[in-house]
Write a protein that binds this ligand. Structure first.
Ligand SMILES: CC(C)(COP(=O)(O)OP(=O)(O)OC[C@H]1O[C@@H](n2cnc3c(N)ncnc32)[C@H](O)[C@@H]1OP(=O)(O)O)[C@@H](O)C(=O)NCCC(=O)NCCS
Length: 166
């Protein structure tokens, strides 16, 4: 685990991020919603990064990547929809198929929790996970997230909402 590290997303990550996303596209699309096809180009990813960094600048988003020992991007994790008045945010993460099962999503989620506390002073994190995404549910469980009972106001489909009170 020492050979992996989490750092903030940078403008210069476009090429490496595109490679990571293309390589794992099929894998991700079996677990999470597919991205717009326009995303899968250097310009598409550059625009995506610009959007994330603009949201970071206004305190609405905190984007990270996970790197291996050779500084290859092998995962991503984000604090999303940060709401400082509500003191809450959503978490999201994705790990390259080739390095799954080594605790990387857990490492990334712990980093998000720590940043939520230390950097943003948040008290509540939420995650939305498809019912059948056993691996992600295991990660959330290990980090202390609890499932909420579905209600009428919940998102549609079979996504379940998990909450961590910090
Ligand atoms: C879900 C995902 C993030 C997990 O990443 P990871 O780095 O493998 O996660 P970790 O190694 O920290 O933990 C995964 C745990 O789930 C378990 N797991 C994974 N798939 C499983 C399955 N089908 N059945 C039972 N357990 C499973 C692993 O064994 C591991 O538990 P363990 O450490 O107790 O053995 C990764 O598979 C992924 O990126 N999937 C595609 C995108 C995605 O689903 N993102 C999350 C959206 S909410």
């Amino acid at each position: 685990m020492d050979s992996f590290s989490v750092r903030e997303l940078k403008r210069t990550d476009a090429e490496a991020l595109l490679a990571f996303e293309i390589h794992n596209r099929e894998w991700f699309e079996t677990h999470i919603d597919a991205r717009d096809p326009a995303f899968y180009s250097l310009q598409g990813v550059a625009d995506h990064i610009e959007g994330y960094l603009a949201d970071f600048a206004i305190g609405a988003w905190h984007p990270f990547v996970i790197e291996d020992a050779s500084q290859t991007i092998v995962g991503r994790a984000n604090l999303k929809s940060i709401d400082v008045s509500e003191r809450s945010a959503e978490v999201g993460y994705r790990i390259a198929q080739s390095v799954c099962g080594q605790g990387l999503a857990t490492l990334a989620l712990k980093h998000l929790i720590q940043q939520a506390q230390v950097r943003w002073d948040l008290t509540r994190l939420v995650a939305y996970v498809y019912e059948e995404n056993v691996g992600s549910r295991r990660v959330l469980d290990r980090c202390g997230f609890l499932p909420e009972q579905p209600s009428c106001s919940d998102r549609t489909g079979d996504e379940r909402r998990f909450v961590l009170t910090i």
